[in-house]
Design a protein around this ligand. Structure first.
Ligand SMILES: Nc1ncnc2c1ncn2[C@@H]1O[C@H](COP(=O)(O)OP(=O)(O)O)[C@@H](O)[C@H]1O
Ligand SMILES: [Mg+2]
Length: 589
């Protein structure tokens, strides 16, 4: 029997008394999104809903993908955690018939809701607070050591699976990939978030040692941010802390590692992590050894690979924001409505050109944005930037500057029903974000964190922002060679992106003008359009009377809050950008 979809769960959960069998859950209400329907939090196998209003708050995980042997697995974990006094885990219950959807019962996990922020969101709001970061690092270290001592491993330590509570202590959530004593090692069904894993990690490594590398990576990242908070601005891409899979696959080519190992205070830890990433996965030391510098594998560097760091790193141009997430998520063009609707409930990366940004206010007077990718009225993709995310976005970019630019949006795809009954794909940016919602030329430009912004463009974050704001003149950006092409086995993200290399037409309208070249790539860029000819951005001002805007608030709506990242690829001449995108060697995960 196929599992229900996100939309099915959202419909069913509007009536907890009917949907749930558990009396406590029946007494709760489900947290709603800004459109007034149940708000899903996304991840891999489950959609998590927040239940409140009862004697206690709960997280209810509803599965939309099969977890092999789910029942046996959760029974074993539950049995193990019952005896656990560490307070690192929340009690949970696997209910095989927990939720009824269209008359059929499906399993859920009922779990206590942990008050706090995910690790990613927490670091985003504390990146400048050394004392808080230090306290967190201490608590995290103690937590991982406790786990290891019990022979337990979480399996997917990452920014979305740890909650930091108000006192800075940590709690693990999401036990899908957990190993507890008694389970058979080597028999895993997932491999953890690639931005936290050794490059050799596979399902075979399921077992008590599988957290070693991710724990070392988190601790190193925290130490690095303590040593230099700018690293967070330069290397966080919304789906990591600092490191990405690429750093672990090619540590000697990693700009982050080059910068990190030279940092007073944290450089030593970074060079240990680099050595561990270079070595065989079997050589990853336990956390205490890693911190003490014991058992760190020696780095055997082939002489040919040792290259002196150039005094001024070559400046690279363009890139694709879709590379930001290292190929973990499928890339879908914003105008491919049908494909997007077919992927509702999945976390994907949507790329496209912004046609309109509307600055609006909700009933409470808080600002939010509606970002469109086709001329309205349309049932094409839209991004809603809700008030909590709005504040973060406007710190980085003026909303009107998004118009005409290509952006990449990472998030949970949702389906929204318009007043005329048509469905439109949507991503909603809310406070569920696992990290800063950010506008980052460099990440967009580089294809991941291969090169930090400052190395690539010779510019710091603030300099780029100054340019964005027209305070300093723009600089030319040199051409970089395209990476070698790989032949993908199936239509790859690169091909999707290459497909975008056609003149983009908004249905029913002429193609929008190229973006106003206001940034570093403007001069000598492929568009050849001087900054002075920049088009005035088309931004509508709040107009509450507009039918298109007001009706959805009342109408039947399917959508929900989401984690996501909005990364405008501002300032990159479209032709050059797309040309490069077509040549990207894409790694499908
Ligand atoms: N018990 C909980 N307390 C607080 N937040 C939770 C809890 N469970 C899940 N969440 C939130 O929902 C998100 C997704 O849940 P998670 O259990 O990690 O599912 P997935 O398998 O989809 O990653 C988390 O990143 C977190 O923001
Ligand atoms: Mg998770």
């Amino acid at each position: 029997l196929p599992l229900p979809t996100q939309t099915d769960y959202q419909t069913a959960l509007q009536h907890p008394t009917i949907a749930f069998g558990d009396p406590e859950l029946q007494r709760c209400r489900v947290e709603m999104n800004n459109w007034g329907i149940p708000r899903p939090r996304s991840g891999g196998f489950a959609l998590t809903f927040h239940l409140l209003g009862g004697s206690q708050e709960y997280a209810v995980r509803c599965f939309h993908r099969d977890v092999p042997e789910i029942r046996a697995k959760y029974d074993a974990i539950s049995k193990n955690l019952r005896a656990d006094t560490s307070r690192l885990f929340e009690t949970f219950e696997y209910q095989p018939h927990g939720v009824k959807v269209s008359g059929t019962q499906y399993p859920i996990i009922k779990m206590a809701w942990v008050r706090g922020e995910t690790l990613g969101a927490w670091v985003d709001s504390h990146s400048g607070d050394k004392a808080a970061l230090r306290n967190l690092a201490t608590n995290f270290r103690a937590a991982t050591v406790q786990l290891a001592d019990k022979g337990v491993a979480h399996g997917d330590i990452q920014h979305g699976n740890l909650i930091v509570t108000a006192d800075g202590s940590v709690r693990f959530i999401d036990y899908d990939g957990m190993f507890v004593p008694g389970m058979t090692p080597g028999n895993g069904h997932e491999v953890g978030h690639p931005n936290y894993q050794h490059s050799q990690r596979s399902a075979r490594h399921f077992g008590p040692l599988m957290d070693r590398f991710s724990a070392a990576a988190v601790l190193t990242a925290l130490e690095l941010i303590i040593a230099d908070a700018r690293l967070w601005d330069d290397f966080n891409n919304g789906d990591n802390l600092l490191f990405t899979r690429k750093d672990f696959e090619a540590p000697l080519a990693s700009r982050l590692f080059s910068r990190a190992v030279a940092l007073p205070g944290a450089g030593e830890l970074a060079s240990r992590l680099r050595a561990v990433a270079l070595a065989n996965i079997a050589q990853v030391p336990c956390v205490d050894d890693f911190l003490a510098g014991r058992g760190i594998p020696a780095v055997v560097t082939p002489p040919l690979l040792v290259r002196p760091t150039p005094a001024a790193p070559p400046v690279q141009r363009t890139g694709t924001p879709s590379n930001v997430h290292g190929g973990r998520y499928d890339v879908i063009p914003a105008l491919d409505r049908l494909q997007l609707l077919g992927r509702v409930g999945d976390r994907v990366e949507v790329v496209g050109q912004v046609t309109e940004v509307r600055d609006k206010r909700n009933k409470a007077g808080q600002k939010y944005l509606l970002v469109d990718f086709a001329t309205r009225p349309s049932s094409h993709f839209r991004v809603c930037v809700w008030p909590k995310a709005y504040g973060r976005l406007v710190q980085r970019v003026r909303p009107d500057e998004l118009v005409g630019h290509r952006v990449s949006v990472l998030g949970l795809l949702e389906r929204y029903q318009r007043y005329d009954g048509e469905f439109a794909p949507q991503v909603q940016l809310d406070d569920a974000k696992d990290a800063a919602l950010f506008v980052d030329l460099a990440v967009a430009v580089s294809g991941g964190n291969v090169q930090p912004r400052s190395a690539r463009t010779g510019l710091t974050n603030s300099a780029i922002l100054d340019q964005l704001n027209g305070k300093t003149p723009v600089q030319a950006v040199a051409q970089a060679p395209s990476p070698p092409k790989k032949t993908p086995l199936r239509p790859s993200n690169a091909q999707v992106l290459a497909g975008l290399n056609q003149p983009q037409k908004t249905p029913g309208t002429p193609a929008p003008p190229p973006p106003a070249p206001r940034t570093h790539s403007a001069q000598g860029g492929a568009s050849g359009q001087p900054a002075s000819q920049a088009q005035a951005p088309r931004v509508s001002h709040p107009s509450p009377a507009k039918k298109d805007d007001t009706m959805p608030w009342i109408g039947a709506v399917v959508g929900g809050a989401v984690a996501g990242v909005l990364i405008p690829c501002v300032g990159i001449p479209i032709g050059a950008w797309l040309g490069w995108m077509g040549g990207v060697a894409w790694r499908d995960s």
